[in-house]
Structures are given as C-alpha cells and as structure tokens.
Design a protein around this ligand. Sequence first.
Ligand code: UDX
Length: 481
Amino acid sequence: MDNNHQANHQPHVLIFPLPFQGPVNCALKLAELLCLSGIHVTFLNTDHIHGPLLRHTQVVSRFNTYPNFRFETIPDGLEHEKPVSGDRFIEVMEAAYAVSQPIFREMMVSGRLSRRSERPVTVMIPDACFSFAVDVGLETSTPVICFDTVSPCCLWSSYLNLPTLIEAGDVPFKGDDLDEFIKSVPGTEHIIRRRDLASFCRTTDLSDPAIQLILKEARTAPQAQGLIINTFEALDTVILPHMRKLCPNVYTIGPLHSLHKSRVPMSPKTTFSNSVWKEDRTCLSWLDNHPRKSVLYVSIGSLATMTITQLIEIWYGVVNSGKPFLWVRRPGSITGEYDESQIPRKLLDRTKEIGCIVDWAPQEDVLAHPAVGGFLTHSGWNSTIESIVQGVPMMCWPYFVDQQVTSRFVGEVWKLGIDMKDTCDRLIIEKAVKDVMETREEVFSKCADNWANLAKESIAESGSSSLSLERPINCALKLAE
Ligand code: UDX
C-alpha cells in the first residue's frame, strides 16, 4: 500500500465549534479524546475566538504534542480583541453565516482543507447550530455528526421542537400566561411552562434572527448521521427516548469534562482547562481557608451580563445571606458605566471581610473544592454539568438561550436547587442561598450526591458515556476504510 493510499484512508475528523468560550472548550475536549484514539483532527476556529485561544499558551502547547492534531482558522469578518458578550451572540452568528459560511463551503468543495492536512476529511463534527455545515456535508458526501453543546433539555424542548411550537401557536408569544404549561412538546408537558422555553422563544416576531437560526438547526440536525450531546443517560431519561425518535443516533458523552479528565494523561503540572481566558488560581488558596461546604460560588459564565441595578441586588442578596463568597466578575460583564462610588459602603466593607472577587476562575477546580457548598449560576450548560458532577447544588439566575430551560430542570426535574428565573431581588436571592446552603441543605445535598455518583458511573470504563463515545469514534474509523 503506498503512502498516499494510507493517508487517504486514515480517519480525519473536522471539528467546527461555535465561536464562544463554552463550545470551544467542549469541542477541544472531544478533539483530544479523538486524537487519543488515533484519529486525525482538524480543529477549525473562526478568527475572533482563535486569537484569545492562542494566547493561552498552555492549551496550545498541549495540543501541539499531538502529531495528529492541527488548528485551522476561518475568517468571520469580526473585529478582533473585542470581548464578546451575550448581547453580541446574534452578531457573531450572523458573521459566521455571512462571512465564514461561503469560505467553509469553498474549503470543503475544493478539497483545500483536506489537501492542507494531506488527507481527506472523512467525518465532519460541526456545532449543530452551523446548519450550513450539514448542507455542505450533504453536498460533498462527507458524513456529518453534529455536536450540540447546549443543554439537551433545551435542545429537545426549544430547538428540535421549534417547528412544533410554532405550529401549535406556542411561539411567538402573544402576551400569553407565562406560567401556562406547554403541551406541544412530547416528554416535557408537565415540566416546561411558557417562561421556561429558551429565551429566543419569547419573541413576538417569527422573523427574529435567533428564531430563523434555530429553525435551520431544527431542519438540518436530524439529517446528520449522528448527534453528540454533553449529558449522561440517567440524567436525561425524560427527553432522550423522544429525541431518539427524531435523531436515532444520539451519543451521550457527558459529563464530557470528566470523561476527558479520566482519559487524558497529564502530569501534575499541566492543566486540563481549555479556558481561553487566564484563570486566577489564587482563589483556590482563599478557598483552602474555609470550612467544608461553607462558600457560595458566584459566576455567570463567559457571555451573560448584568446591569448595575442587578449587580447591586445580587450583591445584597449574597452579602445578606452571610455566606463567604467567591465571585467571578468577568471584565465587561457589567453593562453600562459605573464606578465604586455607586456601590453602597456596606457591600464593599462586607466583601472585604467575607468575599473574594476574581476576573476569571479555574471553575472546574473551584467546584471540586470541598469548601464550596453552593453555586449561584446563570445555568450555562457547562457550568451546570460541572456542578452536577461535583455534587454542588445551585441557585439559578438564567440569562439567555438554553439557560431558561436548564434552570427549570435543575429545580423541577433533578431537584438540585432553586430556579430564580425572571426575578432579581435581594430578598429572593438571600432566601435561595439560605435555603440551599442552610435550611434545606440536607435534602439538596442528598440529591446532589446521588446525581454526582450517577455522573461518575457513566464515565467509568463500561459506563454509558464511555460506551457512547466509542460509537462516533468507531463511526469515524469505519467511514475511513
Ligand atoms: C454558553 C451559554 O451561555 C450556555 O448556556 C450554553 O450552554 C453554552 O454556551 P457560557 O455562558 O459561557 O456558555 O456558560 P457555560 O456553558 O456555563 O460555560 C462556561 C464555561 O466557562 C464553563 O466550562 C466554566 O468552567 C468556564 N468558566 C467559567 C471558567 O473556566 N472560569 C470562570 O470563571 C467561569
């Protein structure tokens, strides 16, 4: 067999994640697991997310150790160096569609991408939101397995069923009762109220760009050969049987960060983190000085923002709960101009006494720290599943997209915390923190420990997620034959 023939028949997966911190982080973990199985991986980033990632030299040097891994970039026409927050989500997606989409198609149709890595792409793993990648897969006869990093409960209830919701008249909203249960989505009839649907469903206009984007995903995702999601079988029993009727090959490989950690060999000096921002690890020593389960961890992830009024309400709620707190205040996460003179003295003084504020934390290590007893979160899916594995109960303040659905599942289905959706009131926040970390601590902890054990079982050698990971790997290997 000549060298060319061998190169042509080696599995080569192209991963194309959504250009945001959370999805890129997840996709890198999947990429590393595929590399370890001997699969060649090209990781395609849009320009504006790749710049910050390159500065995280530890991540880049770790991936450079894999001879079967390479980064590629694709233009998106966006201004670089601007921090992207949730309010620019649609702008980033529109840029990907307007600028990256035709270049991507050309790369694949001309074989340019395959030539650059000297072997043809045998399988594409784009984010399911990049529906154009599924179309390009069909056009070029390249098998596609979508990877969706949003919460599966949202993927099912609000993405894949968006056409159903529209047909049933549940979306767009017409000033209807937000507490009414949504009966049109199979499996969640007694769980999801109108207010729990993904944030983009709150529109009154079907031509809304977010609705149009998700409708495209709902159309193309079931056409892919498979769908990878970051959950484990036991966690999503409510929706998985329904999802599999639409997309038969659903691969549940979560909690992905734990599966990754259990498989990737690391020296004590290396980090598992693929965070595109620099983590302030000093907060771990601060946590070391606190008793078990005493600290409240506060973070709203990489995209959510809050106004100064919301900041002050949340701050009061946190301070008045009396719990020591570690708070991630990502630069740019407070909208509008403000200075310290606007912050009440009490908040600043109490923060000096019982608080620790950092720009960006090593979140997985924070949640694993024994001192952390509760997580005030925006209910981003990565944060939620990271908290589930560590058995940390949550107080949920969802911001957008899937977070409205996730926080409902946290409160109603998994009984892992309190959903504070659509409120931002210091008294509600104080009560939620006290409920979760004091009054009902035992109940929440028991539930949280149970889910944490099930999560760990799923990534054990013959656990459901380990077995599920083999399926796309085998698919990639088989398709290359
Ligand atoms: C977004 C959406 O918000 C989320 O709902 C969707 O499911 C995925 O894309 P993001 O807002 O960043 O992601 O939230 P989340 O999914 O929770 O991801 C945040 C990631 O950043 C987590 O992996 C978390 O560990 C990490 N993080 C967060 C840090 O490393 N340090 C921090 O200080 C805060």
